[in-house]
Design a binder for this molecule. Sequence first.
Ligand SMILES: *[C@@H]1O[C@H](CO)[C@@H](O)[C@H](O)[C@H]1NC(C)=O
Length: 465
Amino acid sequence: MAPRGHHLTEVALLASASADLAAAGAGEREGWLDDPAVLPSLGPRARALAVASAARSVLVIVPVAGGGGGGVTVEPALGPEEGRISAVEWVPLTAEEHGEGEDGVVVVVGTDTGWLLFYSLAGDLLHKQSIYPAKILKLNYRERKENAWEDSGSDELSIVFPGVIARFDGADLQRILQKSFQDVKSRLWKDKFEEEDAADEGSFGRIHFQIWNVSKFGSCADAAIVGLMPPPLLELQSSQRHYCAITVGEDAVVSAYRLSEDRSRSLVGAILSRGVAATFSTISSLSKILWRSEPSPPKKSRPKPQSFAKTSPLTCLKDSPRKGERLILSPSGTLAAITDSLGRILLLDTHALVAVRLWKGYRDASCLFVEMLLNKDKASSSSMHIEYTKRDYCLCLAIHAPRKGIIEVWKMRTGSRILTIPCPKGSRILQPSARLSSSFSYAPLEVYLFNGDSGQLSVLNSHLG
Ligand SMILES: *[C@@H]1O[C@H](CO)[C@@H](O)[C@H](O)[C@H]1NC(C)=O
């Protein structure tokens, strides 16, 4: 690891992976990473980088270690029905059997017609599912294990559409993906024909999910599920789960909703879809053998969209002509940083649903929460082997302001700016979707900087000074 300035440490130089990254547009022109249709996403523990290109319809996965050689380029089979890639995210597989192995992660791609495609690091299609016929604006995997002593909900993958939000429970996701992982391994002997056929949704099960209409105050540009929330007063007896969702968008800068889980659906739906899926795949594999010479398998129609579960609007903050653009949640979900069309950044307390802070003059900014070591005493007296706990870290917000060419770090909630560092053009700030903390050492929330032109991937040092 080479030092770079005081505040960034180089993790890898991915230029040597340019043959792989070039498939996603790297090196074609300066500032290729500024293209909003280029979607970078950093894997758990920053071990791999995925870059998708909507225009080229490719997904490139490069390992970060070893200079980024040995990447995989996937060209998802996207017909007119599946549309173009519009979002990318990483999902860690948590089963013991995967242990520390590099196999324990999956990359999920969302499309602008509402399909999800899950890939292994080797580029095998593990799962494909139609969610809702609209553009997937964001995929977000969240770990919810931090508050193990209270029910903070389970890990989840949320899928944001304009005015609609869907949620996969981590456990449902794990079950199907683990199984596909094993299936793919045992299917290696199969020929090309069958591989292609397997890309039909009918041959995969359906992962159960919940979906809500959150467009009461207008469609949204971004949204997030903040966490669990108490049931409404008259329903205290019910064991149904409720989530709080925050949306940002054109008509209402910020709105909040209570999302209620549709219990009946989760039971009946799960049983039905599993039964049907099993029968269906048996039939389809039989027909595969019988109709081998057929040039294209019969096209199955896209499943009907699932009906919405109950949503209750909680509040909305209108501030025309300001439009909410992007929303980033703090790890516990108690704070959200919201950027808007007038170059402002709003810090929202998501429990009280009040704005606690406002920054101005940050057009096109992107924000990420980060944990910094501010406990100077411990830091300065430290030997190499000191173990830091969560309490040693202070939650901060990193703001990348591309027009100013800087990254700033501000202490939460009301603290001062503790850092300003220059940031070259054509760079993006990234954060692994999962930290995978072990019980032995605390893994702080980190922010990485990927310079698309130089290929340099750096991490923001959590130590100040
Ligand atoms: C979602 O809800 C809004 C009003 O709350 C309604 O106007 C709209 O038609 C609904 N969308 C769908 C797809 O049902």
